[in-house]
Write a protein that binds this ligand. Sequence first.
Ligand SMILES: NC(=O)c1ccc[n+]([C@@H]2O[C@H](COP(=O)([O-])OP(=O)(O)OC[C@H]3O[C@@H](n4cnc5c(N)ncnc54)[C@H](OP(=O)(O)O)[C@@H]3O)[C@@H](O)[C@H]2O)c1
Length: 238
Amino acid sequence: MTSSDSAHNAPAKAPAKDPWDLPDVSGLVVGVLGGTGPQGKGLAHRLARAGQKVIIGSRAADRARAAAEELGHGVEGADNAETARRSDVVIVAVPWEGHGATLESLREELTGKLVVDCVNPLGFDKKGAYALKPQEGSAAEQAAALLPGSRVTAAFHHLSAVLLQDPDIDEIDIDVMVLGEERADVEIVQALAGRIPGMRGVFAGRLRNAHQVESLVANLISVNRRYKAHAGLRVTGV
Ligand SMILES: NC(=O)c1ccc[n+]([C@@H]2O[C@H](COP(=O)([O-])OP(=O)(O)OC[C@H]3O[C@@H](n4cnc5c(N)ncnc54)[C@H](OP(=O)(O)O)[C@@H]3O)[C@@H](O)[C@H]2O)c1
């Protein structure tokens, strides 16, 4: 057998997968913990408007139901535990101060779920916003440590809740950095972001790199204050 024969017989190498070939997520139920706040409600509004089934969660079911009714688009409201139980994907949109305790209390309901953490641990003083340094490295890594049975990812940190909630704005001009350990999970979150007109989900590394992404919000807040803006980010070249 000649070398050209063996090259001929070698199994064809599979073509590299197109990183923009993302899964169909239209049938997934998305729950939002803390969905009565500006960020959670804004995300719920955008996803529901794009056709996603969304459940808003709250510590009080009646607050969640009131917020859901306000949004329309088939959004439902429930307490955080029921929201987690009934959802395939669960976005965590509670303040950093309540992050650990909330997730710890929902460990059972969140088992097996794809958790998307968008929490930015920030402090504020006379000089403006600054990044806190969570013991675990980041909010997302704290979530992963507290939820060993869940598939934890991080995304949606750099969005303006004002723009998300504005019904007169059709497109949100931003790239969403998505972090996680499992490619399949990251791609689901990228695909969800991509359902919102103008938005693109871009893989941005493993959870150990979530701290920079969460912290960058302190810089964006500085930009917003100086320029009286709702600044977002684009990753160029991809
Ligand atoms: N606002 C933004 O523009 C923006 C952008 C990107 C990311 N984020 C991140 O998204 C998260 C939510 O932001 P937000 O501005 O919407 O916050 P928020 O209004 O302060 O809180 C969101 C909701 O969380 C619940 N909550 C409040 N304190 C809690 C506690 N101690 N434990 C558990 N739940 C509590 C409340 O809902 P119930 O009382 O109904 O339970 C509240 O409506 C934050 O971690 C923030 O860093 C915000």
